[in-house]
Design a protein around this ligand. Structure first.
Ligand code: HEC
Length: 215
C-alpha cells in the first residue's frame, strides 16, 4: 500500500499540472473562501425587480450577520425601537375594513415579483406561512396558526394595536422576524391592512368560525 502511494504521487502531480493551466496556489484558494459572499453576479434586473433588491437595510444586515446566533441585546433594542418609531396607525382610528377583501389579500401570493404587473395591488401571501381559516387546507407552517384569531383574543384596543403593529413591521416585536414588513415596506396600503385586520377579527370571517385542525 505504502509503495503504491509513493509511486502514484508524482504521477498525480504531473497530471494535475498538465490539466490545469493556472492551478490556484494554496494562498489564493484560502483568500477566495474567506472573501464575503458576492451574489450580485447571479442576478440580473428584470421588470420591477431591480438590483437594489440586493441592498440590505440595517435591520437585514444585522439579522444576516447574526443568523443562527443570538443577536446582542443592544442591537435587538436598536432594531425594535426603530421599527416601533415607524408604525403609522390608521389616521381615522378605525382598524377594521372588509374581511372579504382581506381574505383575498391573505390568499394572494402575487405582487412585487419581476413578472407581476406593478399596476395590480400586491397580495399578503399570509397562507404561505400561516394557517388561518379552518376551511383552507393549503398553508405553510413556518409561522404560528392564526385560526380563531379574533375569537380567542377579542378586539380590545391593545390587541388591535398589537396586531396592526405586527402587520406594519413585525420587527417591533421580534427583532429578526421572518414576517414581511407589510406597512413599513409599502407592500400593503392602509386600506388593505384594515381589510386583513377584519379577516383576522370579524366574527363572520371564516378565520373565527371554526377551530382549524392540528397537523
Ligand atoms: C414569510 C412568512 C410570513 C408571512 C408571508 C406572513 N407572516 Fe405573519 N408571522 C410570521 C412568523 C414567522 C411569525 C411569528 C414569529 C415572528 O415574529 O417572526 C408571524 C407572526 C404573525 C402574527 C403574530 C401572531 C401572534 O401569535 O401574536 C400575526 C398576527 C401575523 N403574523 C399575521 C400575518 C398576516 C395577516 C399575514 C399576511 C398579510 C402574515 N402574517 C404573513 C411569518 C409570516
Amino acid at each position: 500500500m505504502k509503495t503504491l502511494r509513493t509511486a502514484s504521487l508524482p504521477l498525480l502531480a504531473a497530471l494535475f499540472a498538465a490539466g490545469c493551466g493556472h492551478a490556484p496556489k494554496a494562498g489564493e484558494t484560502a483568500a477566495a473562501f474567506d472573501a464575503p459572499l458576492d451574489i450580485t453576479g447571479s442576478f440580473a434586473p428584470r421588470g420591477q425587480a431591480g438590483m437594489d433588491r440586493l441592498d440590505q437595510d440595517e435591520t437585514q444586515r444585522i439579522c444576516s450577520e447574526y443568523e443562527g446566533k443570538p443577536v446582542p441585546p443592544e442591537l435587538v433594542t436598536t432594531i425594535m425601537e426603530a421599527a416601533n418609531a415607524g408604525i403609522r396607525f390608521p389616521a381615522d382610528g378605525n382598524y377594521l375594513g372588509d374581511w372579504k377583501n382581506g381574505e383575498k389579500i391573505a390568499k394572494t401570493g402575487t405582487g412585487l415579483q419581476s413578472n407581476d404587473d406593478p399596476n395590480l395591488p400586491n397580495g399578503g401571501n399570509c397562507y404561505a406561512c400561516h394557517q388561518m381559516a379552518a376551511e383552507e387546507i393549503a398553508y405553510g407552517t413556518i409561522a404560528p396558526s392564526l385560526g380563531l384569531y379574533g375569537k380567542l383574543r377579542g378586539n380590545s384596543e391593545p390587541i388591535l394595536k398589537y396586531t396592526w403593529t405586527r402587520l406594519w413591521n413585525s420587527h417591533a416585536y421580534n427583532a429578526c422576524s421572518h414576517m414581511p414588513r407589510f406597512g413599513e415596506k409599502k407592500i400593503l396600503d392602509e386600506q388593505q391592512l384594515k381589510d386583513v385586520m377584519a379577516y383576522l377579527f370579524d366574527p363572520q370571517s371564516p378565520v373565527n368560525l371554526e377551530a382549524p385542525g392540528k397537523d
